[in-house]
Ligand binder design. Structure first.
Ligand SMILES: [Zn+2]
Length: 407
């Protein structure tokens, strides 16, 4: 009797490991941050059980790579709260490599059915550093079986580019060497840095999917977001083409079609994005971030209309992904009276509500295109990536992590 009881328990345990969870809705989140700018986040198991549940079938997990420095000499917010967002404090930010180890360690604790729902990405490298690629290799070798991609990392991003504690592009130019075409005297990041080509070429070799954030046009924004200069008339199209042309085999998805809080869609936005997609056959783009999604669903005068977006999405239906761009841990806030509300794990309803922002678009493009954008394209890209990256890891299992090439 005791033995039969043991067998039943054993069978139940095997079923549990094998994943008998009810099938989740066919939605894949291709843009999700499991930690914020202060490395505050939520364990992956909780993200699956509490947040994704039966509503989100698959999700990438990429923390923010940049740690906001807390400089006590700045007396940010009158010393009443710690800064956990990039806008507000004057202090710089730096790449926090250990965040990838946190994600990997967490992922390795999951049962296989849970692992199958997540696509972890490596983020803790400086894309402007020729050594950036060695961090990516080390992570694959140290944590085989975990990662499917790299990013979201940023090249051009309002304010963030200025706040990274890094050299200005012009600092180390040799005599007679000119600034890259997308750089100014005060920029640190450029699409023309050879380090980026090395990273993308390696991503192609290993099969890693790349999520790249690079604003579609220049935006100069002060540390607290009060002053803004925008240059929609001079998009970074040439730089994007240079990047994909140099590494044509890399599978890259361009976050938010290059839009953001300040970088709003110009009238010719979809023309610019189409030009990049047409020149870069291995490039995709994602419709993520509730703020950007509202430009699509409820455009202001002078922006592309919902019909324009529907036409664009239909045309590129196999090359567009959907994402929430949720950051799982909320910001510390202080109101006018100085009352502080500390950040915390976001509410499940706030996590899920982003699924609805693009409903007007889905109505226009129909269920088949919606399914591709919200689910099938992600599954196709990331399933291929998983297989390729596992093969690269197996082939390189004996590589010495203490002696890797950055070429
Ligand atoms: Zn993001």
């Amino acid at each position: 009797m005791k033995k039969a009881y043991g067998i039943v328990i054993g069978l139940l345990f095997i079923l549990y490991l094998g994943g008998i969870a009810p099938a989740a809705e066919e939605i894949a989140d291709s843009h999700f941050h499991n930690a914020n700018y202060a490395m505050q986040g939520v364990p992956l198991k909780e993200i699956i059980d509490t947040y994704m549940g039966e509503k989100i079938a698959r999700s990438v997990v990429f923390p923010l790579p940049l740690q906001q420095k807390w400089d006590r000499f700045e007396h940010y917010a009158g010393d009443k709260m710690d800064p956990n967002y990039y806008m507000g404090p004057k202090a710089g930010m730096y790449y926090y490599s250990a965040i990838d180890a946190l994600t990997a360690a967490d992922y390795l604790k999951l049962f296989s059915a849970d692992r199958a729902r997540l696509d972890p990405m490596i983020v803790g490298f400086n894309p402007m550093d020729q050594y950036g690629v060695t961090h990516i290799k080390r992570m694959l070798l140290l944590y085989p079986g975990v990662f499917a991609g790299i990013g979201e990392f940023s090249v051009h991003k309002e304010l963030v580019g200025d706040k990274i504690d890094d050299d200005l592009t012009r600092t180390n130019l040799g005599p007679g060497e000119k600034l890259p075409p997308d750089s100014t005297d005060s920029t640190r990041n450029t699409l023309y840095n050879p380090s980026l080509k090395t990273i993308l070429d390696f991503a192609a070799e290993a099969g890693l999917v790349v999520c790249l954030h690079s604003d579609v046009y220049p935006a100069k924004v002060s540390y607290d977001g009060t002053s803004v200069t925008l240059s929609p008339e001079a998009p970074y199209t040439a730089g994007m083409k240079h990047l994909c042309g140099g590494s044509p085999k890399a599978t890259v998805y361009w976050a938010h079609t290059g839009l953001g809080r300040f970088v709003k869609p110009a009238a010719d936005h979809l023309k610019v994005v189409s030009e990049v997609l047409d020149a870069c056959p291995n490039w995709y783009t994602d419709l993520s971030w509730d703020l950007v999604q509202s430009y699509i669903a409820f455009p202001k005068p002078g922006m592309p209309t919902l019909d324009d977006w529907a036409g664009f999405v239909k045309k590129y239906q196999d090359r567009i992904l959907w994402g929430s761009d949720n950051v799982i841990y909320t910001r510390n806030k202080m109101d006018d009276k100085g009352t502080v509300t500390l950040g915390k794990p976001m509410l499940v309803k706030d996590y899920l509500v982003v699924r609805e922002t693009l409903n007007p678009l889905w109505e226009k493009v129909g269920p088949e295109v919606m399914r591709k954008v919200r689910y099938a394209n992600h599954v196709r890209l990331f399933d291929v990536a998983r297989t390729s990256v596992r093969a690269w890891e197996a082939a390189h299992a004996k590589d010495n992590v203490w002696d890797l090439s950055a070429q």
